[in-house]
Design a protein around this ligand. Structure first.
Ligand code: HEM
Length: 421
């Protein structure tokens, strides 16, 4: 097949499926480094819904249009969440890298209908009670020692030393684990491995330990409840089973950590690389709040969300979708859809972006506010403590993680005047 777009290496589409004609791989260097260009090219070539190939050349539909993503997420009876509906399971190898995100788990994420409303309701009510001022204070308390650990050296790699570490600790604390306990540190390490495994890590074993530790946390809170998310979920009149609470707590922590971390990282990158924010950030004209908002429009952490599965044959954006087809929510592409930005000013200050999803399975209402507190406190505290922080490499040298769903940097090396403590 002849690819005229030069977007990414084209492949032969699955032979039996002419619908996937011209499918483009959502992987490879070009996708990682400049996905916005890939999305633009896909939109020109295919319109609002494009055939794509995920890892291992597994076919899916990528929804690029703002109206179409809104439609899919608003019709959860037609585009449903339970991945057991997928019609490609027999083509997926046991070690498929996207399995952790697509494989069914008995958690809120994959639940549908009335059962989902109940479980999302329990999470919403448990998160709603969190006091935002207290959360900000706790995040400053987490940020302090993390910054202390590298402040004296004048250099740091922020993604590992700060950006990922802070929201993970904040999420674990929200659920009622003590801040500095040794087993909290074990949980933080195992969560990191299970969400973002590096070479030599065993994510499956780490995930098992995470579940085990959360199961013990649930037991502990049953006998000694406290002012935390776990205790509130246990007390909730819906009466979820212990296993449901364990599954949903793991989902809450995981759903909080990766996107909030990459929101912080992408915002720091914007502040440190864009002249509008000035190199010396503390003297910049635009605020941290504006940078956080702009990132949600133009460099959103959950760039693609996998996904939804067609409950029956239907059409979308002029495409015929078969029952069981996978539909990937192209949140980043939808946010910059020219249909909603006819003047080309994508990213103006309002919050009508789709970065937190939409509809029944959207990020549950208090979570975006809590994430905002965590991200804002993380960025502001770092800039207060290290006011002359600058990038330690050229902006073009920064590289992105090879992930189809998360948009996040592999490393963010910085330098600053060492702080004598
Ligand atoms: C305190 C931090 C956060 C918590 C506790 C949290 C929690 C959750 C939970 C429990 C879900 C599953 C909802 C369901 O399936 O019913 C979810 C979904 C989601 N969250 Fe969050 N989240 C947080 C931060 C974020 C951030 C920072 C972003 C991105 C900027 C984000 C984007 C999303 C998206 C895109 C979905 C899927 C929406 C969909 O399927 O339509 N979340 N979140």
């Amino acid at each position: 097949m002849n690819d005229t777009t030069g977007l990414s290496s084209p492949t032969v589409p699955p032979a039996a499926c002419p619908a996937y004609e011209g499918a483009v791989r959502l992987s490879g260097t070009e996708f990682q480094q400049s996905p916005a260009e890939l999305y633009r090219g896909l939109r020109r070539r295919h319109g609002a819904v494009a055939p794509v190939l995920l890892d291992g050349d597994v076919p899916a539909w990528l929804v690029l249009g703002y109206a179409e993503v809104s439609y899919v997420t608003a019709h959860d009876d037609l585009f449903a969440r339970d991945s057991r509906r997928w019609n490609q399971w027999d083509t997926v190898p046991a070690d498929w890298p996207l399995l952790p995100f697509v494989g069914h788990q008995p958690s809120v994420l994959f639940t549908e209908g009335a059962a989902h409303q109940m479980r999302a309701g329990v999470i919403t009510e448990a998160l709603e009670v969190i006091d935002q001022f207290e959360l900000a204070q706790r995040c400053r308390g987490i940020a302090g020692p993390l910054i202390d650990a590298f402040a004296g050296s004048g250099r740091a790699e922020l993604m590992s030393a700060y950006v990922h570490a802070l929201p993970m600790r904040a999420a674990v604390q929200m659920c009622g684990m003590p801040a500095g306990g040794a087993d909290t540190e074990d949980l933080v390490r195992d969560l990191r491995i299970s969400l973002d495994a590096g070479p030599g890590d065993d994510p499956v074993a780490a995930y098992g330990r995470v579940q085990e530790r959360i199961r013990r946390l649930v037991d502990e809170k049953r006998t000694a409840p406290g002012p935390d998310v776990t205790s509130r979920m246990l007390r909730h009149p819906a009466g979820l089973t212990e296993e449901e609470i364990v599954q949903d707590l793991v989902s809450v922590i995981a759903a909080a950590q990766q996107p909030t971390a990459n929101w912080i990282g992408n915002t720091l990158r914007l502040l440190l690389t864009d002249d509008r924010f000035a190199l010396n950030v503390s003297g910049g004209r635009l605020s941290v709040g504006q940078a956080l908002g702009e990132v949600l429009w133009l460099d959103t952490p959950t760039q693609n969300f996998i996904g939804r599965f067609a409950a029956r044959d239907t059409t979308l954006g002029g495409r015929r979708i078969r029952a069981g087809d996978m539909v990937v929510l192209g949140l980043a592409a939808a946010n910059t859809d020219p249909q909603i930005w006819p003047e080309g000013h994508a990213g103006e200050e309002n919050s009508a972006h789709l970065s937190f999803g939409n509809g029944e399975h959207r990020c549950p209402y208090p979570a975006p506010l809590l994430a905002d507190v965590i991200a804002r406190t993380a960025v502001e505290t770092l800039l207060e403590r290290l006011p002359d922080v600058v990038l330690a490499v050229e902006p073009e040298e920064l590289s992105w993680r090879p992930s189809v769903w998360m948009r996040g940097l592999t490393a963010l090396p910085v330098r600053f005047s060492p702080v004598v403590q």
